[in-house]
Design a protein around this ligand. Sequence first.
Ligand code: NI
Length: 258
Amino acid sequence: MLFDTHAHYDSNQFKEDRMEVLAALPQAGVGLVVNPGCDLATSRTAVELAETFPHVYAAVGVHPGDCADWQDSWLTELERLAREHQKVRAIGEIGLDYYWKDNPPRDHQKHVFHAQMDLAEKLNLPIIVHDREAHGDCLEAVQAHPNITGVYHCYSGSLEDAKTLVKMGWMLSFTGVVTYKNARKALEVLEWLPLDRIMIETDSPYLSPEPFRGKRNDSRHVYRVAETIALVKNLTVNEVVEATTANGCRFFGIQKPE
Ligand code: NI
């Protein structure tokens, strides 16, 4: 049974068929999905989807690319969602994104990130981190919150940073990007990374793995990530599937379904 630990079924790209796609996943071998929010509206939708499907869980949070209008009062709504809905298992997706030039200023992103890490600590929830082209500042930010743990989603940092995060007890998660031609750095990290620290995800509808690149992604394609990790670590695909599902269940506090 596969566990897609990061997919955005709230996305407009699923507006025609999200219910059908989600309903079909267990039969296709994907027994668990975590849907993180990126703002208040998508966090609410993530919670609704988790309340609709037994195999779907939610995270609530505001993404660095969507934090321009952030007000600290938004924390109240995120806290309410997390407290009132038992299937909210993390604060995310949150972090820093210095890639897009028109993203909010770095200091604002950092403020929003720290505020949500404080909330995660208060609620005793792990966090799902988005770090794009912000590796140094992102590591510094999470190290300032030693009482919370989390996962770096779609890990794109160095081997050295991976070693630091593993020492801190963190998880790293990988997408279909590992199937791309230019994935050398991520594969080098995977080669070293202990199996019990790896989670897999699609980041649907984005980042379709080869040979589906350029098409809309969905959780059924997460097996391609497992296949690539199996090759790199010289394991069977089944060993990777079992381990990454167990890791996801442990991280999010989910009991593996029958
Ligand atoms: Ni995402």
